[in-house]
Design a protein around this ligand. Structure first.
Ligand code: B12
Length: 438
């Protein structure tokens, strides 16, 4: 390599913590992965990672040649602020992350260059161009990086701190077509899975016993998933992952998941109302299958967190009671509620914009914890209050009464001290104010 440069990579903090009432992963207790993945594609250059959730950006950045910032929709206002102040210090700033793919032009108003999609193929080219004074405004990861060429993230660059769990990514992409999901609108949606041996050795090298897999949908390839889970059994990790509802018929998969240490799944039930499933193209979902799925997972001692979205056009005030009944009937262990959030830069967003139903233009509010579109069959207040009252009702009369039953469901798994400390680190967040603290 001709010249070695110093790179500062920043993950901006998320300002929207106040507006919620749910169980939440404590971001300060787990190292985020995105920038460690970018660092892994930075060749022999010097890299420093700053996670703003736990540390401040240094005021003196003179030793860095270039700064990369990871930008999600809800962190974009913060990212723009950081970038503008770095420009005042004459720094070259590059953006990457979901929001650059959705809103490239807006991002380019604050950055010298943007990476759209995977960093593995684009970032090395960008760095070489920067070194030869030929930085281009946009790098598009059009030839999607194959799973086999995704290297392990640079965990050695994480700030040394006691962590309760580690994130790990096995695959990227998804075959489903849910209209609200950002993946429908970016050029890197294809399902790609990493080499099983690579994942095995990466997991083996991770100190933490509790692993949170951050895949969009690992279950796109059941055979691959089964092979991977079998391979990691000897590692004796306890792990969690997001899963779709359509694994309800695959008992072999579920039994291998359990044997390899799966303690909990987050499942995208999304709605109690099948007509929303049709409208939002959630073809994998069918309310009739949910009880069978939850029972099967419980049989294998896997806890189930159900995620639900409120504010679809098919939702009227009856959706809250319907969701409550579904949660009780299926026997979910925990539940997480979100407000429908069409991401700016998508066709879905334009649909609501054309109908004059977008309530805010502050992207920090587009975090699924704020109502950002005017609902069709109820008022904004009815939607907010419906979700809040549902949380209160279920917390008091369902969750708190079932907590002992739920804990006993872990049986063998609960013996892990690491798993217990991870579970205890989950925060129970309450909505304290309607006004975000931005
Ligand atoms: C793990 C995760 C979390 C964790 C940790 C978040 C964190 N601080 O990292 C927790 C559980 C805390 C979390 C919470 C939330 N999350 Co989250 N989360 C994820 C998830 C599942 C994985 C992220 C990840 O690590 N990916 C692995 C890395 C390697 O991939 P990557 O981030 O895409 O990075 C690659 C490229 O994008 C690019 N890249 C990324 N950054 C940069 C920067 C530069 C400079 C360059 C060159 C390239 C580059 O290079 C990387 C390697 O190719 C994603 C979904 C997903 N599959 O990405 C959602 C996701 C990022 N989360 C999302 C949301 C909405 C949230 C919440 C707001 C939800 C909520 N209301 O509670 C909160 C916000 C909390 C916060 N502080 O971020 C959305 C963001 C959508 C958007 N339009 O911005 C996503 C995309 C989920 C979704 N399907 O909508 N989340």
């Amino acid at each position: 390599m001709a010249k070695t440069i110093s790179i500062l990579l920043i993950q901006p903090r998320w300002p929207g913590l106040f507006y919620r009432r749910k169980i939440k992963v404590n971001e300060q207790k787990i190292h985020p992965l995105s920038l460690a993945a970018v660092a892994a594609s930075s060749g022999g250059h010097n890299v420093k990672i700053i996670d703003e959730a736990i540390e401040n950006i240094p005021t003196d950045v003179s030793s860095y040649d270039i700064v990369g910032i990871s930008v999600n929709t809800f962190t974009s206002p913060r990212a723009y602020k950081i970038a503008d102040s770095l420009h005042d210090k004459k720094k070259t700033v590059v953006f990457g992350g979901t929001h650059t793919a959705l809103m490239p032009d807006e991002c380019l108003a604050h950055a010298d260059s943007i990476v759209v999609g995977d960093a593995e193929d684009t970032w090395p080219v960008l760095l070489a161009d920067f070194i030869s004074n030929g930085l281009k405004p946009k790098y598009l990861s059009a030839n999607q990086v194959s799973g086999r060429s995704i290297p392990s993230p640079r965990r050695d660059l994480f700030k040394k701190m006691k962590r309760v769990a580690a994130y790990c990514q096995i695959s990227r992409g998804c075959v489903n077509q849910c209209m609200f999901c950002y993946l429908q609108y970016v050029p890197y949606k294809t399902f790609r899975a990493r080499d099983i041996e690579e994942v095995y050795y990466e997991l083996k090298s991770i100190n933490e016993d509790v692993i949170l897999f951050v895949d969009d949908n690992l279950f796109c390839d059941h055979d691959y998933a089964i092979e991977l889970f079998k391979r990691i059994i000897p590692l004796n990790k306890k792990w969690w992952i997001q899963a779709p509802t359509d694994i309800y018929e695959d008992e072999e998969l579920i039994s291998v998941m359990s044997a390899s240490g799966c303690f909990s799944l987050s499942i995208g039930f999304q709605t109690a109302n099948d007509c929303n499933n049709r409208d939002a193209l959630m073809r994998q979902n069918n309310v009739d299958n949910y009880k069978k799925l939850v029972e099967l997972l419980h049989k294998y001692e896997i806890l189930v967190d159900g995620t639900f979205i409120f504010g679809f056009d098919g939702d009227s005030k009856s959706v809250f009671g319907d969701t409550e009944n579904l949660i009780r009937y299926t026997g979910l262990d925990t539940y997480t509620f979100y407000f429908l959030t069409p991401y700016p830069g998508t066709k879905y967003y334009r649909h609501f914009l054309n109908e004059g139903r977008i309530l805010h233009e502050d992207w920090a509010l587009f975090d699924w914890d704020h109502v950002v579109i005017e609902p069709k069959n109820m008022t904004e207040d009815e939607l907010l209050e419906g979700v809040e009252e549902l949380y209160i009702r279920l917390d008091k009369t369902y969750f708190s009464r079932n907590i002992i039953r739920n804990i006993s469901r872990y049986k063998n798994k609960v013996l892990s001290i690491d798993l217990l400390s991870f579970l205890l680190s989950l925060g129970w967040n309450y909505r304290t104010s309607r006004v975000s603290r931005l």
